[in-house]
Design a protein around this ligand. Sequence first.
Ligand SMILES: [Cu+2]
Length: 314
Amino acid sequence: MYSADQLDASSFVEGVDRVFYIILGFSFIFLIVITVLIIVFMIKYRKSKHPKAVQIEGNTRLEIAWTIAAVILVLALFFIGWAGYKPMRNIPDDAMKITAMARMWQFNFMYENGKVTDSLVVPVGQAVELDLIALDVIHSLYIPAFRVKEDMVPGIEKNMWFRAQREGGYDIFCAEYCGLEHSFMNARVRVLSDSAFQSWYVDTTRVEISKDMLPWQAGYEILRKNGCVACHTSDGSKLVGPSYRGIYGHMAEVETGGQSREVIVDSLYIRNSIFNPNDDIVNGYNKGLMLSYEGLVSDEEIGLIIEYLRHISQ
Ligand SMILES: [Cu+2]
C-alpha cells in the first residue's frame, strides 16, 4: 500500500502522478458535464413538452469547434504524458548497473561484483539501471512505489532505470501473467543509505546464512531464496516438479536421451539435475520447465541443498 510518506520514493513519482491526476480530473469533468446534459435534455425535451420529434441538420461551426477542442485536449495530454515518460528513457551515464533476471516464478538480481540476491538492494539517491532478462516466458518488473514497470521478454534486450529517493522497503511484482504461480512472483526493493549499501555490497558471501543454522536448514534457505520451492514441495505432493521428500538415496525413473532408465538419486545426480536439468527428465514431468542454475548456485550451496534433501529423506 502507498502511504503519503512514500510519495517521494523515486524521482518519477511526481511526473507520473501529475499525468494521472490531470487525466483523472478531465475524466471527472466530462463525467459531470455529460451527466448534467443528459438530465437537462431529459427534462427539457420530455414527451409531454415535445410531442413531435424534430430532425436537426448538422452544424458545421459546432462540429469544427469540437473537433479542434478534442484534438487540442488530446495533444495536451500526450505532451504532459511525454514529459513524464521521457526522463524514464534517458538513463544517466553514471547509473549503477544491475542485471535483473526473471524465471518462473522468481526474480534474481546480479551485481557487477558477482553478488546474486533475491531482493533488490540499492543505495538511496543513486541512479540504478536494471538490465532485464527473461529466461523462460514474458514477465514484467513492476515497482509501484517508484512508478516504473517494464516488460521482460525472452530474447529481447530491455532496460529500465530509477533513482530511489527515500530509504525503506518497497514491493516488486511481476505484472505479466506468467503461469501457475504468477501471483506469488514478487520481491522487495531495499533502499539503503550509501554507507549501509557499501558494507552490504562488499560482503560477497552468496547466501546470508546465520551462524546458528544447521547445514540442512541453510540448505532449505537456499532453496527458498532461489525460488526452487515454487516448483518443488517438501511434503510429497506434486507441483510443477517432483517433491523433494524421500528422493535422496532412492531410485528415480528418468528418461535420458529418449531412453528410460533408473538412477539412484545421489549427490552427483542432484548436482547434475540442478546444472543440466534436461539431461534426465523424471518420468511424469515435462522437459524444459526447469532451467539451469549454473552460475547462480555454487557447489558449496549444492552441498547444503543435498544436506536438506538427505534430512527430509530419512
Ligand atoms: Cu512472471
